[in-house]
Unconditional design. Structure first.
Length: 401
């Protein structure tokens, strides 16, 4: 494998596994490899570590450990929440979500539509914000669940989840949130949020891929999505992924400890990166709200050129960034998030997401800022869109004012 230095600005896609997490996991790959559901002491000793990790993950969101279900990923957690709400309320066949959700929600809801369920996809404003009054008006007597992400994975825009949850409670509707992007960036407290279910994925907080979590508030009726053995108190079948669960627990501790750094140092690096790009590279614009967003995320449109070309040249310089969700990489369509915000297809296709993290350094930001202007200038010099695109983008900008 190429051992050149990597300048990593794609933390919303996945994060480096923290050394502390690796250290915590290793004994459960080598010495303590027993099945935690076994009746003998070797298995029971392993089961204790699973419950210790459950307590740590619960502490991350201020929940009771008994409210935590370990899953394989955020996608499974999201699907499980929606599935459970529909199964628990068979007379209610309506789902309320948004047009900017992760594909884990949108694709599953589209799947359910084909099977006779009704789904309302709420639109968003040009800055990515959500009209709360429209959400309230869209809840129906047959709404089984409202599922909205807390923070958008592409733009970092944050939805007012406490207000949304309060509306749902007043109408007696189950509220679920995809909170995958929030650990270590926002304060997580399910008691304050008031949600019934919440999804997390460990690889977004410096643990391995392949382990996730679904919080289910006590007394919320829950029917399992993965059916098998009696693991997870009968709420999710399948032998527990012990090393990864232990790693998740250690990562949860690190996420709580990194909250201040993320909102000061990392935010400062993000702001410097964004401001420099917007002020030194012409024909660039930030996508999404400036203030109500995650402290690590910046999504910027570079007019007249394609994001794919930018990413290719960045990659040649050892810089990792993205044009949106890693789960939709390879699609020829522009980002569904950006088009839902009203961006033209050409501007959406020219947008890059930079997402920083706790390992991002000032020197890495400097390196990116050193290489990016030349890359953009080189691509624009040969862009067939530049001449015709300038007028179109001026019209688009005027239409927003």
């Amino acid at each position: 494998m190429d051992q050149r230095k990597i300048y990593y600005f794609d933390n919303n896609a996945t994060t480096r596994v923290a050394p502390e997490v690796v250290t915590a996991m290793v004994p459960f790959l080598s010495d303590f490899w027993g099945n935690p559901s076994s009746a003998y002491q070797f298995g029971k000793a392993v089961a204790k570590h699973v419950e210790d990790a459950r307590e740590k993950v619960a502490a991350l969101i201020n929940a009771d450990p008994r409210e935590i279900i370990f899953t394989s990923c955020g996608t499974e957690s999201n699907n499980s929440a929606i599935h459970s709400a529909l199964a628990a309320h068979p007379g209610k066949r309506h789902i309320l979500t948004t047009t900017v959700e992760h594909s884990a929600n949108i694709k599953f809801c589209e799947f359910l539509q084909k099977r006779g369920y009704e789904v309302t996809f709420l639109p968003v404003e040009f800055d990515g914000s959500l009209d709360i009054h429209l959400l309230e008006k869209s809840i129906r007597p047959d709404t089984a669940i409202v599922s909205v992400m807390w923070a958008n994975n592409e733009t970092g825009v944050i939805f007012p989840l406490e207000e949304i949850a309060a509306i749902c409670r007043s109408k007696g509707v189950t509220i679920h949130t995809d909170a995958v992007q929030t650990p270590g960036k926002l304060k997580l407290d399910v008691a304050e949020l008031g949600v019934d279910m919440l999804s997390l994925s460990a690889h977004k907080l410096h643990a391995p891929k392949g382990i996730g979590m679904l919080y289910v508030k006590r007394r919320t009726k829950y029917l399992p999505y993965v059916i098998g053995g009696s693991q997870e108190r009968g709420r999710r079948g399948g032998t527990e992924n012990v090393p990864y669960i232990v790693g998740f627990g250690r990562a949860a501790e690190l996420a709580m400890a990194s909250l201040e750094d993320e909102n000061t140092r990392v935010r400062g690096l993000r702001d410097r990166l964004e401001k420099t790009i917007l002020t030194t590279i012409p024909n660039t614009v930030r996508n999404g709200s400036q203030d109500s967003r995650l402290p690590n995320t910046s999504n910027i449109a570079f007019d007249f050129i394609e994001a794919e070309a930018i990413l290719m040249l960045l990659d040649q310089a050892g810089i990792c960034a993205s044009s949106g969700s890693a789960c939709t990489t390879g699609s020829l369509d522009p980002s569904h998030v950006l088009t839902a915000m009203g961006l033209s297809a050409s501007r959406a296709r020219g947008s890059i997401r930079f997402s920083l993290g706790m390992y991002t350094t000032s020197e890495e930001v400097d390196y990116l800022l050193k290489h990016l202007p030349g890359i953009i200038a080189k691509l624009r010099a040969v862009s067939p869109e530049k001449a015709t695109g300038a007028a179109a983008n001026r019209v688009e900008a005027v239409s927003r004012t």
